[in-house]
Design a protein around this ligand. Sequence first.
Ligand code: PBG
Ligand code: ZN
Length: 322
Amino acid sequence: MRRFRRLRASDSLRRLVRETKISKSDLIYPIFVAEGEKIKKSVDSMPEIYQYSVDMLDEELERIYNSGISGLLIFGIPKHKDETASSAYDDNGVTQQAIRRIKKLYPQLIVIADVCLCEYTSHGHCGVVRDGKILNDETLPLLSKMAVSLAESGADIIAPSDMMDGRVSALREALDANGFPDIPILSYSAKFASGYYSPFRDAAESAPCFGDRRTYQMDCANGREALREIADDIEEGADMVMVKPALAYLDVLSAARNQFGLPIAAYNVSGEYSMVKAAAQLGWIDEKRIVVENLTAIKRAGADIIITYHALDAAKWLEEEE
Ligand code: PBG
Ligand code: ZN
């Protein structure tokens, strides 16, 4: 008889034949940096996640660095928002200042800079708005200016999350022309219009004040289109691509893994995090077990890089298991 159970008989055997192992170096932790001073503000819908001002960041950075994960994804929250997102490409903007601080203290920590206008526009949309429409081509130069400014501040990787068409080639051209031919682009290629982002919009104060993002982010029903988006971003020069959210889109991740050879990131987004935290707080699930299972599923489906708010806890738990 075929006895599959032979190799499940002990913890040592199970470890020996385990197919998928997450490592701390796979993990990226998102952080929110708010303009101002002495800010450590909790995010109601995301337990244990805070906005920090740059002057309050050091302790958090030490914690991130000591955890042994690869790096962080940075989101800035400016005081001043306007129609053209001018704080996004202000060389003294909050995101730029935060990046300089991080790279000064921990040059080894990888800083991925999210490039999108929604935290910086008065209306909260990811692009330039005219007559209630989100304009594609008019947005590209602003994203380009933002990317160059973030690269100048020391960002290691530029990650456009806006979902305008043609942005990867626009950013590649701008980075090359401004002396950053070696800065890689991680494109949020398959980014779906998702209900799982709502806690993030509290954290980043970036909810759109009219309409929604369905004219630029993808319809959650479209798997084949996601692969076309990814193929197109690769053609435009993306060095890495992303699928976002992660858990409800593991089929897309797996298909992308089978079709493309470049590194693929998955974003285990805010709503996925908050659902786990809420159920754990109620005592309905075992948080550690669920987090390790979720992250393993994301890796098993094909992610090389996992962006997750659980990163610091997961790093600790993975260490305990080694
Ligand atoms: C901004 C951006 C969003 C997220 C990352 N970058 C939100 C959005 O598109 O509304 C979501 C991240 C998360 O939910 O954790 N374009
Ligand atoms: Zn946006």
